[in-house]
Design a protein around this ligand. Structure first.
Ligand code: B3K
Ligand code: ZN
Length: 876
């Protein structure tokens, strides 16, 4: 298992043989499913006439192979590593194969596997080769006809892509359904589901008047948890028609919920398969956050029907072509149907914490990587989220109207094709006339660019000179970086008027909110006719995925916090202000000096709490301190304990100083309305629950009483979960223990609620968190084979920074044990769980040694390609 060779973008070759039509028959059985395939194949016009035929295939038992009806014997083909080769084939031919596979043994959850007794598939990126011998690459597109045969009693429902065209009874209590998908597709979009499933059905009429049947298939007990997903799907379908002019193209659109799934969901043509956590919601079982996540993932997968399925990727290096674009599309959708500023704040807060950390670590890679060992490792924040930021910059650079013309051109020109990032960007350049040559570096260069900014106001001439200097730090394999084209949206806020001043640059007016283009390593922008001294508001709405440093004083930040016309930058000013105070406190903690709270932060918070704000969700964001993970990202060396102590100190100081204001905020935002995941209600619940968290930070009797009452009232999961979390994360064990027990017993039957029950316990800051993980791993509801459980328990614990980074190394050792076990069961999840250990360079010597020790112990095992690739980078 050690011979893991990288694949390089440079070595791309078009496929020598294409498949025009694929027919598959599945005779389902848990341990011995028989897959018969019939492929209509043709040689590529440019391929040599003696080009051998290679078909991918893994974990397959070959029963028979025939070419144009003649059975091949063992001398006619060769079983080679990763597949099968036939030395000579005609220009056109039909290849038939029969293989056997064992879905019940498939714990990797790639290919055909079983989840809670149900059969389902996951083929992206390279899972189809675990189903049958096939040219399993995205630039091979075929129409599919699929017959699924199953046991009538155990699998009454048999689903595949497209439209059902035939069904019937067979001997031995079996039946079949045949499906046809008229749209040519790559193998990674193939899907099959079979089992005892129940459906909720609805309909949608497209803008051109076609009726589409919409179905969500679930286990019977979850039938009451589909309404929100269905409503979200219909909203997404309408939005894509209105915003991109994209209409759905089949008569049937199906979503299936499965319990065991490596990621959130999968956009298989006409048959999306979802992790049940990404589709099921009910006010009693799902939080507001979960409702919003479901809405965005349902939309994301639906949007892939155009950005991904109709136009797909030439090869997996182009993954961000579909993922970055589709994330951008789902972000805009969520912003449109919810609170837009909150959506942007949430996305950027997450991005700056998690993607910046990826960019700064040993697995840093460009939005378009140039090599990989295991593509599954590249479903990353860089490909998805940074990719989306790059598309957002493109949209802002050429303007929304040109961007729409560019996307129309892209969808029209490349419909039914497998293309590249250049093809996409070329459409944008063509419609806008913009020169995007330098911009393309965003796709090729890894690492987070940093901008050092400096500004000077000249009273005499009424000029403001803004100097920007950019640099991108070295990343593995990329020691030197070129300057990027960075759009910086900005305003100059007058210190006297408190208003955005008019921007005049080289005689040209940019309005009051403009974009300047940083292209050189260093550039000075001189704004003229600036009537009063301004505070610059830079990188508005996070106009580029960079770190921007400007020597703001605390007074200037407090000023922007109340005066900036850009909602995102108002929030960011608050975060920057809090960071300055936190930096002082981290230093004080390290030096053993008494901690003193910065009164300017307290006063800024007081102002926020006493000024009415329309969007309560924005207020909740503004009252939320930077997370420990974000603070850590800002430090040269991470001091886990000092960060935790400093942040707790700020939380408690704010709560003590503003206790009455928080209490009033809590009381004023009670509601007896029936639960609905509307932006208004969500905003109200968010501020209320933020206030409650502050009150619980200071052992306040009234706060504690409210917390217990909120738990007992049992109004909705958002409120219950927050109350339970605050109790369990407090010192009030006599209240927490019975609440936890009651909650665990009440929801023992619901895996998604039990996931939350696990997470709440292992994220507590008290020093017994690790022992609780060990204990809970023995709980009957826990299983290493279920990725949701692994994430809820182990993944959540690794985010519990003070406990995961315990100085006795037990946190690291526990994670290493889990990764070693998962490496055998599920390499994809194993490699993902490994991430926190790869960031060892950021910590002190003692922790570095312990983390490396854990990595070395994993390295000594026989490793899957997934874990091998990550370990090699981490220890390089
Ligand atoms: N395209 C899928 C991800 C597939 C995961 C492969 N290991 C989900 C999505 O981005 O929509
Ligand atoms: Zn996607």
């Amino acid at each position: 298992m050690s011979d893991h060779q990288p694949v390089h973008l440079q070595e791309y070759q078009p496929p020598a043989y294409q498949v025009s039509h694929t027919e598959l028959t599945f005779d389902l059985d848990p341990a011995a499913t028989r897959v018969s395939a019939r492929l209509d194949m043709t040689r590529h016009p440019e391929a040599a006439s003696d080009a051998p035929l290679f078909l991918h295939g893994e974990y397959l038992t070959l029963h028979s192979l025939a070419l144009d009806g003649t059975v091949l014997d063992e001398g006619d083909y060769r079983l080679v590593e990763g597949g099968l080769e036939i030395a000579r084939v005609p220009e056109r031919f039909v290849l038939e194969s029969v293989v056997e596979i064992a879905p019940c043994e498939n714990t990797a959850l790639e290919g055909l596997y079983q989840s809670s007794g149900m059969y389902c598939t996951q083929c992206e990126a390279e899972g189809f080769r675990r189903i049958t011998y096939y040219p399993d690459r995205p630039d091979v597109m075929a129409t599919f006809k699929v017959t699924v045969i199953g046991d009538k009693a155990k699998s009454p429902v048999l689903l595949a892509n497209g439209n059902p065209v035939e069904r019937g009874e067979l001997d031995g209590g079996r039946h079949f359904v045949t499906w046809e998908d008229p749209h040519p597709k790559p193998s990674y979009l193939f899907a099959l589901v079979a089992g005892e499933l129940y459906k909720v059905e609805d309909g949608f009429t497209t803008q051109s008047g076609r009726d589409v049947t919409l179905q969500i298939w679930v286990e019977e007990e979850n039938l009451d948890k589909t309404a929100h997903a269905m409503a979200s799907l219909k909203r997404a379908m309408r939005w894509d028609e209105e915003t991109y002019g994209r209409e759905y193209d089949l008569d049937l659109f199906m979503i299936v919920a499965v319990n065991d799934f490596n990621m959130g969901a999968m956009e298989n043509k006409g048959l999306n398969i979802f992790n049940s956590a990404a589709v099921l919601t009910h006010p009693h079982t799902a939080t507001d956050q979960a409702f919003q996540r479901v809405e965005s993932i349902v939309a994301h997968e639906y949007f892939h029907n155009w950005s991904g399925n109709r136009v797909t990727c030439r090869d997996w290096f182009q993954l961000s072509l579909k993922e970055g674009f589709t994330v951008f599309r789902d972000q805009c959708f969520s912003a449109d149907v919810n609170s837009a500023p909150v959506k942007r704040i949430e996305d950027v807060a997450f991005f700056r914490t998690a993607q910046f950390a990826e960019d700064a670590g040993p697995t840093a890679h460009p939005v378009r990587p140039d090599h990989y060992i295991e593509i599954t490792n590249f479903y990353t924040l860089t490909i998805y989220e940074k990719g989306a930021e790059v598309v957002r910059m493109l949209c802002n650079l050429i303007g929304a109207e040109a961007f729409r013309r560019g996307s129309d051109l892209y969808f029209e020109r490349f419909d039914g094709q497998a293309v590249t990032i250049e093809d996409f960007v070329a459409c944008m350049a063509e419609v806008s006339g913009a020169d995007l040559t330098q911009f393309m570096r965003w796709y090729a260069q890894a690492g987070t660019p940093e901008i050092d900014a400096y500004g000077e106001y000249d009273y005499v001439h009424g000029e403001y000179r803004l100097t920007l200097r950019q640099r991108t730090p070295a990343t593995p394999g990329q020691p030197f970086k070129k300057p990027l084209h960075i759009p910086v949206r900005l305003g100059l806020v007058g210190t006297k008027s408190g208003q955005d001043l008019r921007l005049t640059l080289a005689g040209e007016s940019l309005g009051t909110d403009g974009v300047i283009h940083l292209r050189e390593e260093e550039q000075t922008f001189v704004f003229t006719e600036v009537a009063e001294a301004p505070v610059p508001s830079l990188l508005r709405d996070f106009s580029a995925p960079v770190k921007l440093h400007f020597p703001y004083s605390r007074e200037e930040l407090a000023f922007l916090l109340t005066h900036d016309s850009d909602g995102f930058n108002r929030w960011d000013a608050g975060q920057r202000l809090a960071m300055l105070a936190l930096d002082d406190l981290i230093a004080a903690h390290r030096n053993g000096v008494e901690k003193v709270m910065d009164s300017r932060v307290v006063e800024a918070f007081r102002l926020l709490l006493t000024t009415p704000m329309e969007d309560k969700a924005v207020l909740a964001e503004m009252l939320t301190l930077p997370s420990e993970a974000y603070i850590a990202e800002q430090q040269p060396l991470v001091d886990v304990d000092a960060i935790h102590a400093a942040r707790e100190f700020v939380r408690q100081s704010l709560a003590l100083a503003l206790r009455d204001e928080f209490l009033a905020l809590y009381e004023d935002n009670q509601s007896q309305e029936a639960y609905a995941p509307t932006p208004e209600q969500i905003g109200q619940r968010s501020v209320k629950n933020v206030a409650l968290a502050y009150l619980m930070a200071i052992d306040d009797d009234q706060g504690l009483a409210y917390c217990q009452a909120q738990f007992d009232a049992n109004h909705n999961m958002t409120d219950v979960r927050q109350a339970l979390t605050l109790l369990v994360h407090s010192e009030h064990n006599h209240l927490a223990a019975p609440a936890l027990k009651a909650f665990g017993e009440k929801w023992a039957h619901d895996p998604l609620v039990m996931d939350q029950w696990f997470t709440i316990q292992v994220t507590r800051p008290q020093s017994d968190a690790l022992e609780r993980v060990e204990h809970l791993m023995q709980h009957p509801a826990f299983s290493l084979k279920n990725p949701n459980k692994v994430r809820a328990l182990i993944g959540a614990f690794a985010q519990n920074r003070i406990n995961f980074h315990r100085l006795d190394g037990k946190g690291y050792a526990l994670l290493a044990d889990v990764v070693i076990e998962l490496n055998r069961l599920n390499p994809d999840v194993a490699a993902r769980m490994l991430t926190p250990l790869t960031r060892w360079q950021r910590f002190d010597d003692a922790r570095q040694a312990l983390m490396r020790q854990a990595l070395e112990r994993i390295k000594a095992e026989p490793l899957s390609a997934n874990v091998y690739e990550v370990i090699e980078k981490a220890l390089a």
